[in-house]
Design a protein around this ligand. Structure first.
Ligand code: MBD
Ligand code: FE
Length: 282
């Protein structure tokens, strides 16, 4: 469903790479030598073991080398890692956290989206395509008490599958906002239901998908970060029942707890979903 202002993978990819660099994470590793040696050592050994097991040819070795170079020049390392590895890292690191379930952040988060009090309406264009969606819920702690000063950072693609700030021609903060819950921990957000999403097919990741005969789809999803002072931040995504890609998400980021229950609003006003957050103390 991509249309006129078609962004390219190289564009989205280099923007995601640039954003990661700007976030300061590029020079901020603190991984002890022992862990680097262990992890890098086993990764290299695993690659060698695979080569032996499948008797990798020079044709294949050079294809790998060319492809790895292209992942870099297309700026697609954030995309590659977030699609094919982040889900495992997220699982490992959220196992012990009680409360609302999380999932991967993906490559297109932008911090400091405009603050909006509840009830909020995310920025959209006149005649924005799609089905209107009212998303509401509340925040409690793990004992069921309301949480003060909670916020919902939300970002999602438009009906054509584009994220603002990663595709040309979109308003800067289209479908991005930081919504402040009220004093009872309640929030309400008006937006448009996103469509299923295809990762860029014209870059290195798309080339791999094509060469392997895989598909490039993620189910329709809304990205969320919920937080409140004194509580652990939860990064998650919410999904819609019946989406053909809920079962074969290329990013392996769907969990049953993240499935919304969609209700039609009266008077043809689109859909409504409720999702309630339980945050764990820091
Ligand atoms: C996305 O929108 C996304 O959420 C992930 C995980 C990867 C690519 C694009
Ligand atoms: Fe996404």
């Amino acid at each position: 469903t991509r249309k006129e202002n078609e962004g390219t993978a190289v564009e989205a990819g280099s923007l995601a790479t640039e954003r990661f660099a700007q976030s300061g994470k590029l020079n901020k590793f603190e991984v002890p030598k022992e862990r680097v040696s262990l992890l890098a050592g086993e990764l290299i050994q695993a690659a060698n073991d695979i080569a032996i097991k499948h008797e990798v040819t020079y044709e294949e070795y050079n294809a790998l080398k060319a492809w790895l170079i292209k992942v870099g020049t297309d700026g697609e390392w954030p995309l590659f890692l977030d699609v094919w590895l982040e889900h495992t890292i997220e699982d490992i690191n959220s196992k012990e956290r009680p409360g609302t379930v999380g999932t991967i952040e993906g490559p297109y988060y932008v911090p400091n989206a405009p603050d909006m009090p509840t009830p909020a309406t995310l920025e959209m264009r006149e005649d924005e395509e799609g089905t209107p969606l009212l998303f509401h819920g509340n925040f409690t702690d793990t004992h069921g008490n309301p949480i003060q000063d909670a916020q919902v950072e939300i970002w999602h693609a438009d009906a054509a599958g584009f994220y603002s700030q990663y595709a040309p021609g979109l308003p800067e903060w289209l479908f991005r906002g930081t919504v402040k819950a009220d004093e009872n921990g309640y929030f309400e957000i008006n937006t448009m239901q996103p469509a299923p999403y295809q990762i860029p097919t014209d870059g290195a990741c798309g080339q791999l998908i094509g060469a392997a005969g895989w598909h490039a789809w993620r189910p329709a999803h809304i990205h969320i970060k919920v937080s409140a002072p004194g509580y652990q931040l939860v990064t998650q995504q919410l999904y819609f029942p019946g989406d053909p890609h809920n079962e074969d998400d290329i990013a392996s980021a769907v969990k049953p707890e993240l499935m919304l229950e969609v209700k039609e609003r009266e008077g043809g006003q689109g859909n409504q979903v409720e999702y309630n957050y339980v945050l764990a103390k820091e």
